[in-house]
Design a protein around this ligand. Structure first.
Ligand SMILES: [Fe+2]
Length: 394
């Protein structure tokens, strides 16, 4: 039997996005011809491959997707995973989510609690059973030095917080995140400024999510840096988002300022050593084989650096040094030409590869209207795999 017979052609269309001349990012596609309320097992498999291949896809026209079917699809992407959101149930998330849960309101949709309502502003009298909610969204408060209110009101904003959707404790990061636009703001483009002295900025419609590729970042490294990245690993803090809940970001939203605001590990309370996450610095895409430099700088507590498998790793455990090391690398891709903000319409669902991208929200003035998004992902059944195994004893 030929491979084609085993994996039939998808019934949907995949259209890689057409970039402008000034755009150099190397990912992104639009998917049409799917009804996610009724999707065959073969198409689920093909959709998975499409996400791993194109990194960010916009599946058009899912206005009628029910939250129950949304969650069901997420579980079908990774049927061996525990049937819970990657950040755990809402109770755990509110208690231990630290920075993630205190910066904004997150609600479970009644009857499909693993689908989370995120957004901003008034959500209507009855949003899928949630009554009269006024949601506090992610904002530029995360910045140590946020834009002033007048500038923000006029549409000058920032990248909020570059990250991967990853608990980094107890559960492995979701392979994919899915984000359906139920209601979007409308208004003139916002201007996203770096405000770091570089003069860089870019424009986008309000209410979108920004992405850059960490495999494209890996390709920017020198040969020596690739050797180092391939053999090194990172240890994340227990309850990592509690650890840094009082920390603030530089103006680009990439990484954290080191102002001595991290909790001590003792302040985090009891934790289980076996739940501490140690991941390689480089994660391999299971479909394309691409390598991504995928280190979540916000939560990294120790780096173990070495350039070959038989070398003793050098431990970096001062947060200032960890952040400086990572910023030197990750800031290379933080340029307008490498960033994509998919332009979506209400009913579209964005799905992305959490193992090869960073993403961030971009706040906008509420005068452009509320934003309602349904987000769901699932802690992976199998965590990231690096180019070489990391030693068991650190
Ligand atoms: Fe996220």
């Amino acid at each position: 039997m030929s491979p084609a017979a085993l994996t039939p052609e998808p019934s949907f269309q995949v259209r890689p996005i057409i970039k402008r001349k000034d755009q150099k990012f190397n990912f992104g596609a639009v998917v049409e011809g799917l009804d996610l309320n009724h999707i065959s097992d073969d198409d689920v498999k093909r959709l998975k491959e499409t996400i791993w291949t194109h990194k960010v896809i916009v599946v058009k026209g899912q206005k009628d997707l029910t939250p129950e079917k949304h969650w069901e699809l997420v579980t079908r992407f990774d049927p061996d995973a525990s049937q819970v959101h990657s950040h755990g149930n809402l109770e755990t998330f509110q208690k231990k989510g630290g920075m993630l849960s205190k910066a904004r309101d997150v609600y479970g949709i009644p009857g499909a609690e693993n689908v989370r309502l995120v957004g901003k502003g008034f959500q209507g009298e009855d949003h899928y059973g949630l009554k009269n909610l006024n949601v506090k969204g992610l904002s530029n408060d995360f910045h140590a030095d946020p834009p002033d209110d007048k500038d923000f009101h006029e549409g000058f904003t920032r990248f909020q917080r570059w990250h991967i959707d990853a608990p980094l404790y107890a559960r492995d990061p979701a392979w994919f995140t899915t984000l359906r636009a139920v209601k979007l703001p409308s208004g003139p483009d916002v201007t996203i400024r770096w405000d770091d002295g570089s003069g860089l900025s870019m424009q986008a419609p309000p209410g979108l999510t920004a992405f850059f590729s960490t495999s494209q970042l890996y390709d920017m490294l020198s040969e020596e840096e690739k050797q180092l990245a391939d053999h090194s690993w990172v240890e994340y803090a227990p309850y990592p988002y509690m650890w840094i809940e009082n920390c603030k970001a530089p103006s680009t939203g990439l990484g954290l300022k080191s102002e001595g605001k991290e909790h001590t590990i003792e302040e985090l309370g009891e934790y289980d050593e076996k739940d501490i996450k140690r991941y390689p610095c480089v994660w391999i895409n299971p479909v394309t084989g691409e390598k991504a430099f995928q280190v979540h700088g916000l939560a990294a507590r120790k780096l173990f650096l070495r350039s070959s498998a038989d070398e003793q790793a050098r431990v970096v455990d001062k947060v200032e040094d960890i952040r400086a090391f990572l910023h030197n690398i990750q800031s290379r891709v933080l340029r307008p030409e490498y960033i994509w903000l998919p332009e979506i319409q209400e009913g579209d669902i964005v799905m992305w590869d959490n193992y090869g991208l960073f993403h961030t929200a971009v706040d906008y003035p509420i005068k452009y209207g509320p934003r309602s998004m349904h987000q769901a992902n699932i802690g992976a059944s199998k965590g990231p795999v690096g180019p070489v195994p990391i030693p068991l004893v650190c």
